[in-house]
Write a protein of this length. Structure first.
Length: 278
């Protein structure tokens, strides 16, 4: 079943006899390919990565070290984009990620573009990452999260299950989104969002306290709450509230929130999510 080039991998690689690995694939030390898996000619798998039964990895896909790819995961296949014309595009995945059953990660649309996933992420079963998405590090996507094209998700975000994220949305650092939410606007960092359509409900206080940022003196919770109130609850125009805040001295978290909201208001962005009743 295998079309192997012995120079492309070491003897420490384990390939099930019923798997197919193209001779162009590069497999590093400790890679395991389980029964029925298919590995394409342009795939690079980092050391210690394990590919589960009947998973398919194709296209120009680079996957780092110690990733766990469960059964029937599909990575690097063509984007679900009617504009796609067969251009050579990529998927780049970092280290220590877990992709649970039936997750799908599509490659980008136009020549030279990439779909990128960082390190230490958990994508639960049936989650989908569309073309040209960019995920950071230590993100959790719960079961059946559907991420449309060009979405950006920053580090430490947590996304609840059975929800959709509109194309071009940006989800900020340490944000949390409740399950079954319809996400059509940008979610600022450190915020909690839920609803249909989603609205901001306040700060992600539990996530903030667990993050260790307060102990490392990178986050003053009172300052962040005051920043939130000035941005989202002030009677002033949003842009004026931001300008006023950014003229003062801000800590890491408050500055991050202000910059995110200001950029979210720019052309070609979805805009910041409105607040709901608290």
């Amino acid at each position: 079943m295998n079309n192997l080039n012995k120079d492309s991998f070491t003897e420490e690689v384990i390939i099930h006899p019923n798997a197919y690995v193209d001779k162009g694939a590069q497999l590093n030390k400790g890679v395991v390919i389980d029964q029925g898996a298919i590995i394409g000619s342009e795939v690079i798998l980092g050391s210690g990565t394990k590919v589960g039964p009947n998973s398919v990895i194709k296209g120009k896909t680079t996957i780092g070290k110690n990733n766990k790819i469960y059964p029937q995961v599909f990575i690097g296949l063509d984007p679900q984009d009617l504009k796609y014309r067969g251009a050579p595009t990529e998927v780049i995945i970092g280290d220590n990620n877990t992709f649970r059953e039936c997750a799908t990660i599509n490659k980008a649309t136009n020549e030279g573009e990439k779909t990128i996933i960082g390190n230490n992420n958990l994508l639960m079963a049936y989650s989908h990452i569309g073309h040209n998405c960019e995920l950071g590090n230590s993100i959790v996507l719960s079961n059946s999260v559907q991420v449309a094209g060009h979405v950006k998700i920053d580090d430490y975000a947590i996304v609840g299950g059975c929800l959709g994220i509109h194309q071009f949305v940006h989800i900020g650092y340490l944000a949390m989104i409740g399950g079954m939410t319809r996400v059509i606007k940008d979610v600022p960092p450190f915020c909690l969002a839920e609803g249909h359509p989603a609205k901001l409900r306040g700060l992600n206080r539990v996530g903030i306290k667990r993050s260790g940022l307060i102990e490392r003196n990178k986050l003053d919770l009172k300052m962040l709450q005051d920043t939130w109130n000035t941005i989202f609850k002030s009677e002033n125009v949003l842009s004026k509230s931001l300008d006023k805040l950014m003229m003062g001295e801000l800590d890491f978290a408050s500055e991050k929130m202000c910059k995110f909201v200001k950029e979210s208001m720019s052309k070609n962005r979805r805009g910041p999510m409105p607040i709901g009743n608290l």
